[in-house]
Design a protein around this ligand. Sequence first.
Ligand SMILES: Nc1ncnc2c1ncn2[C@@H]1O[C@H](COP(=O)(O)OP(=O)(O)OP(=O)(O)O)[C@@H](O)[C@H]1O
Ligand SMILES: Cc1ncc(C[n+]2csc(CCOP(=O)(O)O)c2C)c(N)n1
Ligand SMILES: [Mg+2]
Length: 316
Amino acid sequence: MPDSVGELGEFGLIGAVTARLPQGPDVLLGPGDDSAVVAAPDGRVVVTTDLLVENRHFRRDWSAAADVGHKAAAQNLSDIEAMGARPTSLVVGLGVPADLPVSWAVELSAGLGEEAALVGASVVGGDVVRSPLVVVSVTALGTLAGAAPVLRSGARAGDVVALCGRLGWAEAGYQVLSRGFRTPRAVVEAHRRPAVPYGAGAEAAGLGATAMCDVSDGLLGDLGHVATASGVLIDVSPSLLVVAEPLREVASALGADPLAWVLTGGDDNALVATFPADVELPERWTVIGSVSAGSGVTVGGAEYDQPAGHDHFAGS
Ligand SMILES: Nc1ncnc2c1ncn2[C@@H]1O[C@H](COP(=O)(O)OP(=O)(O)OP(=O)(O)O)[C@@H](O)[C@H]1O
Ligand SMILES: Cc1ncc(C[n+]2csc(CCOP(=O)(O)O)c2C)c(N)n1
Ligand SMILES: [Mg+2]
């Protein structure tokens, strides 16, 4: 097989990437025709899209192709989870330079398929084009299986705020990679591949979550969207947040504040939801704050005076 995607050509590349994509039970027709056909038995489709751009979301010298595939799938699957839904399928728009090794594109695609398979979802189609940088645009579809979607607008005064998943890990990884280090491995891996708490979205919906979103840009920023949409004040109690040992270790080596990474770091794709105060939460959900009348997000009752999370256009 030729080494580069340019030598292989568009249709050779499509053949190479689709050859390794297993199809799950929701797929009626997978890659190969003008469109795919996916089952949507409850009559509604949950749909979301997210883009990864080389050097903005990942670097090819920091992440392997499979990592980028896992990350591109995970950040879309977590948006489906955040509605209380179950992901069924992904479609992938892929822009690649002509000199990209074919193996890189094939491993990226396999990573997408492997991450999707963690929730029983499948890559059902896509598109490839020549591009100066690697760009991965993923659209995810999901099903609510008869349930109501959990919106950002449903939080009510008196609710508790609960978190499922890790926060601050990817930011710690980004900080060490930015300084030319490759360890601690756990945080570097967290930058490369988010650990989405699959199944927790539908679980939260079943427990009566009043509002939910995934944390892609930073906890305070994303809770800000919930507070605004719901017309409430959300307070996060810093003493209820876990600052894991690898984060403390990295922060002390870099002279940084690990709690700031937990509060504002992006890319971890945890789920945060509000629940009526009498909810009984499974072990993987932790109460981290409360909802009251008012507006905005506070930390321990006080305003937070640093940026609340990632903004692609901040400082531009
Ligand atoms: N170019 C666009 N055209 C139409 N709607 C958009 C566009 N960009 C964003 N949106 C919508 O705006 C809302 C917020 O978008 P955003 O990208 O911040 O989503 P998110 O889930 O909060 O973050 P992330 O992109 O990190 O997953 C979503 O409902 C999204 O569909
Ligand atoms: C090379 C490189 N530089 C910076 C970052 C940090 N970063 C980029 S986008 C984003 C938030 C989520 O993005 P989106 O809102 O687009 O989903 C974060 C935390 C990274 N991951 N890789
Ligand atoms: Mg989201």
